[in-house]
Write a protein that binds this ligand. Structure first.
Ligand SMILES: NC(=O)c1ccc[n+]([C@@H]2O[C@H](COP(=O)([O-])OP(=O)(O)OC[C@H]3O[C@@H](n4cnc5c(N)ncnc54)[C@H](O)[C@@H]3O)[C@@H](O)[C@H]2O)c1
Ligand SMILES: CC(C)[C@H](C(=O)O)[C@@H](O)C(=O)O
Ligand SMILES: [Mg+2]
Length: 354
């Protein structure tokens, strides 16, 4: 029995999750079908329970073999204080599941080269790298405080990192590089930040254990520039939580659209979390416009890494590839000469090609 938690999410998210679930339903073993459990998180949970991730919903997530998430949040909950915001539910889920490593691939599909904002001479060199983002440390989880000092408000977000937190994500970075083209760049800001200087120290120790991996560091501002100047130079980027959040959105867009990029998060326990890197796209919610591919590819990663179903994962990825070959595009990846389809029709086409 394979237990899958489904977080339907907010905004456009239920639309993409519906397509991912159709794909999962179609690919499951009829003799041993998936057992699904819906988990309320984010805005949905705020509305239902006044809490973005009540303990009972986190417990449900912890009881699954894997969890698939669309995205949470939106303007409806914008005014809420930090601890009650939908995003806090996601952070608590990542922390509760101890998901310290988040893989965010940036790979250009040749069919989508025209959708990339980069010049053809740059995309022709290839874009195929992965950002290994530390997920449960740094400014997201440090002490937060807003207080009045000398008649004005002062806000503080602490950004703590300890050696063991850096070492465990560092190992994932080196191991990931070892399985790929053996090139690891640790992105930091060690010219300014103490945390980054500790990252350098820990990585200098670790690199001795991975002599087969070519290791270097790069400042985050330079990395942001290099990602658009020459993305082909990157194989694996490992970085702290906030830098990884920002750089992965940038990296997604150069491959054509943020609507194409899935992610997988792993940690101490065997159950992982699989989610597109994009948000709830509230601006296009309810319009059958949102691209479901990142969510469907996240479901494929869940089958591969969470449920040991490599063959089925590959079938989903091949179906997506065929649909792109056939020229079907949602609005975010549409270019002249291709066929515009909505969210549901994109799901139909992927199902036809499974
Ligand atoms: N993992 C998550 O749940 C997650 C991630 C990022 C943002 N958020 C939340 O989502 C809400 C909206 O944030 P935002 O607008 O900054 O980011 P967003 O990623 O939701 O949207 C940014 C832009 O990209 C477009 N876009 C995103 N995904 C798309 C897709 N699959 N297909 C087509 N277009 C797509 C949107 O329409 C929008 O124009 C916020 O509440 C934010 O906190 C959640
Ligand atoms: C919604 C938000 C908390 C989240 C993050 O910053 O990690 C999102 O932007 C992401 O990239 O998954
Ligand atoms: Mg983000």
């Amino acid at each position: 029995m394979k237990k899958i938690g489904l977080i339907w999410g907010d905004g456009s998210s239920p639309e993409i999750m519906a397509q991912a679930k159709r794909v999962l339903d179609a690919i499951q073993d009829p003799v041993d079908p998936f057992v699904y459990t819906d988990i309320a998180m984010g805005g949905e949970a705020v509305d239902k329970y006044g809490d973005p991730l009540p303990q009972h919903e986190l417990d449900k997530a912890l009881a699954q073999d894997s969890v698939l998430l669309g995205a949470i949040g939106g303007p409806k909950w914008e005014g809420l204080p930090g601890p009650q915001r939908p995003e806090k539910g996601l952070l608590r889920l990542r922390e509760g599941m101890e998901l310290f490593a988040n893989d965010r691939p940036a790979k250009i599909w040749p069919q989508l080269a025209d959708a990339s904002p980069l010049k053809k001479e740059i995309t022709d060199k290839g874009i195929d790298f992965v950002i290994v983002r530390e997920l449960i440390g740094g400014a997201y989880f440090g002490k937060k405080e807003t207080k009045e000092v000398n008649g004005e408000l002062v806000a503080v977000d602490e950004m703590p990192y300890s050696e063991h937190e850096i070492e465990r994500i560092g190992r994932i970075g080196f191991e990931t590089a070892r399985k790929r083209r053996k090139k690891l760049v640790m992105v930091d800001k060690h010219n300014v930040l103490d945390t980054s200087r500790l990252w350098v120290k820990v990585f200098d120790r670790l690199k001795e254990e991975y002599p087969d991996v070519e290791y270097s560091t790069m400042f985050v501002d330079n990395a942001a520039m290099q990602i658009v100047k020459d993305p082909s130079q990157f194989d694996v980027i490992v970085t702290e939580n906030l830098f990884g959040d920002i750089l992965s959105d940038e990296a997604s867009q150069i491959t054509g659209s943020i609507g194409m990029i899935p992610s997988s998060s792993r940690g101490k326990t065997k159950n992982g979390l699989y989610e597109p890197i994009h948000g709830s796209a509230p601006d296009i919610a309810g319009q059958d416009k949102v691209n479901p591919i990142a969510c469907i590819l996240s479901a494929a990663l869940m089958l591969r890494y969470g449920l040991d179903m490599e063959e089925e994962a590959a079938r989903i990825e091949q179906a997506v590839e065929k649909v792109l070959d056939q020229g079907y595009r949602t609005a975010d990846i549409w270019t002249e000469g291709t066929t515009l389809v909505g969210t549901k029709e994109m799901g139909d086409r992927i199902l036809e090609n499974l």
